[in-house]
Design a protein around this ligand. Sequence first.
Ligand code: ATP
Ligand code: MG
Length: 256
Amino acid sequence: MKTLPKPKYRLPKNHPRYESLITRELIVEGVEKGITSIHGLIAQGRGEAFDYLIGEKTPESALKAEKAAAAAFLLAKKPVISVNGNVAALVPEEIIKLSGLVNAPLEVNLFHRTEERVNKILMHLRELGAKNLCTKSDAQIPALSHERGKVDSDGIFSADIVLVPLEDGDRCKALVDMGKTVIAIDLNPLSRTAQCASITIVDNITRAIPNISKFAQELKISNEEALIKIVKEFDNRKNLAHAIDEIVAHLASRRS
Ligand code: ATP
Ligand code: MG
């Protein structure tokens, strides 16, 4: 787990919820820097509640989805990683690393879009070493209102695979309707995003991105057939049902 560069408040390392507190601090710092929207705090709170329900660790179903996501990325012709304000605050170095491993550019795509915030996130990513960025906003996702649907014609618009961490349900559906394979990271297995994505990873983004990178590193030496087999054998409906069963089992274990 990373530590904050300059913690504003002294966080006791032995606090039982240290990791969760650090994550909160990163989001608050993101809001203060102007890269995360104030609405991002609400999204994080909802995510934390579901993280509690899965036991704050990567469940087996998520590992399966993370492996399928890595295989899909390695097979992709034009993969893109979508970045919003929460992602930029929580895992900027990790998405830059994944971007390099699977050769997928990063594209800033915001629900509450302002050019100022897009530019701040781009600067933040560049400062951390990001080079492969899609920065135009010259295309429009059909069926989405103007600002919410702005994308890069050489990025998300023409991608075959898009990773959308912490996405809104509407936009996830619009991308699926465009015929794209959508990989979602969402701690809530019941959200519209989780339900409509092609590969849904029910895990905290702080664990999910490093896990996808680890699988991508391992699978890089695999041949195409082996990768196709992993993707074909992955059944998102079944895996989502498994994620819900794991929550139920975890809750049952806490009753005794
Ligand atoms: P939907 O529009 O898909 O039905 P929603 O309206 O419930 O979802 P949004 O606010 O649109 O939610 O998006 C935030 C989603 O991101 C929530 O489902 C939340 O559980 C999830 N989330 C928040 N923080 C994290 C995190 N750190 N890791 C993974 N998922 C997260
Ligand atoms: Mg929503």
